[in-house]
Design a protein around this ligand. Structure first.
Ligand SMILES: [Zn+2]
Length: 404
């Protein structure tokens, strides 16, 4: 059994998440995947196997002799795939020793991977590239991470001469719809810190995410028959349109920012004359700047309400926080990953995430959790791909972290 064999088996299970479902996990395919993993981890010989009622799977690799006093560390991956693309009947294709020519996917000939459009792929000539067949995603996000963790567990159990402390493994549901950390039992997991394996290019190490709030701005107007509305009707849609039109554009917008620049992003409107609500994402790597964004939008809403004769109501909901605020207090966690990446001959690639991961929330739930590469490319797309070499490097980094 190789990490590639494991990966090819996992991607054929349809474990797409469904954000319209209120169950946990949201789809039965995720449980099917967890049951398969439970069986595999049992055969490998792991301990404390638990698949809980919410579909979270946890297991332990016991410490080797003399390493019992080490703090337990965790490795985490998610078993669901993105709701944005079909995960039904995924047919993985291995392009062995790929020669650099265009990879045209057989079930939809318009879907093709070309080095001219895929700089990361161009760097993998000679590698065994894995794609789907053109009508589905591949599911490397995050079955690459799952496969790497299971394979690393198998190798650690088979090679007791590799010294390591207690290791905890966690496979979570519904990460893609933002619920992966919600029912994660940090106390039961019992690790001092963890790493998610859910990143891209070999060498990537992510420990800075956005801090994120969701703002809902509601304009309340007054509806009446439009034929007899003179002097009476107050149209909340007009107020909301004016508000959106006055949001910053040249700065503080997703269309005009990158790197460390934050933004406010109106992304959904529910409109009626009587009541129109605008949902706005507030994002910045510095949490304090979310307050500035909030103040800016609050005063803008007040001005618009004044001008239009509507009333405005605002609600702000915390979504997640920059994991760096936690990780900076424990620099050895990132350093351990950095050293492991170097130890397997790779160069650490460290960039801020312009979004969040399960680790953003887990870090604030008491489990500091940066993110490591697993060889995921073009995620959520029919052009998603990974390579055997990337998967093997992810396994090697897990082993290097474990033995450190
Ligand atoms: Zn993912």
């Amino acid at each position: 059994m190789s990490v590639l064999d494991r990966f090819l088996r996992y991607v054929q299970i349809d474990s797409r998440a469904d954000d319209s479902s209120q169950t946990c996990p949201t789809t039965p395919g995720q449980l099917e995947m967890q049951r398969l993993l439970l069986g595999e981890l049992r055969v490998i010989g792991l301990e404390d196997l638990v698949l809980d009622d919410n579909g979270y799977l946890m297991a332990t690799i016991p410490a080797t002799r003399g390493r019992d006093a080490d703090p337990a560390i965790g490795f985490i991956a998610h078993v669901d795939t993105s709701p944005e693309m079909s995960g039904t009947n995924v047919k993985p294709i291995v392009h062995r020793a790929w020669d650099g020519r265009d990879i045209v996917l057989p079930d939809d000939r318009t879907a093709a991977l070309r080095t001219s459009e895929q700089p990361d792929l161009a760097a993998q000539i000679g590698h065994d590239i894995v794609t789907a067949s053109g009508t589905t995603l591949l599911g490397a996000d995050d079955k690459a991470g799952v496969a790497a963790i299971v394979e690393a567990a198998a190798q650690l159990v088979a090679h007791p001469e590799i010294p390591h402390g207690r290791i905890r493994i966690g496979f979570t549901p519904d990460e893609e719809i933002g619920r992966g950390a919600t029912r994660f039992d940090v106390a039961r997991f019992g690790a001092a810190y963890a790493y998610t394996l859910d990143g891209g290019n070999a060498g990537e190490l992510e420990y800075e995410s956005f801090s994120a709030d969701l703002m809902r701005v509601v304009f309340i107007g007054f509806n009446t028959h439009p034929g007899y509305a003179k002097g009476k009707m107050v149209n909340a849609i007009r107020a909301a349109a004016r508000f959106v039109d006055r949001l910053p554009r040249e700065r503080l917008s997703p269309e005009t920012t990158d790197g460390y620049d934050g933004f406010v992003h109106p992304y959904q409107i529910e409109a009626s004359v009587d009541r129109t609500s605008v949902r706005v994402l507030l994002r910045d790597h510095v949490t304090a700047k979310l307050r500035e964004q909030e103040h800016l939008l609050r005063s803008l809403a007040e001005v618009v309400a004044d001008e239009t004769g509507t009333r405005s109501e605002i609600e702000v909901q915390e979504q997640y926080r920059n994991m760096r605020e936690v990780l900076d207090r424990h620099p050895h966690i990132v350093e351990r990953a950095r050293a492991a990446i170097r130890a397997v001959g790779l160069t650490p690639i460290e960039k801020p995430i312009r979004g969040g991961t399960d680790g953003s929330r887990l870090s604030f739930m008491g489990l500091p959790t940066p993110n490591l590469f697993a060889g995921e490319h073009n995620f959520h797309s029919r052009l998603e791909w990974t390579s055997r070499q990337d998967l093997e490097k992810a396994v090697a980094v897990i082993l290097a972290i474990a033995r450190a």
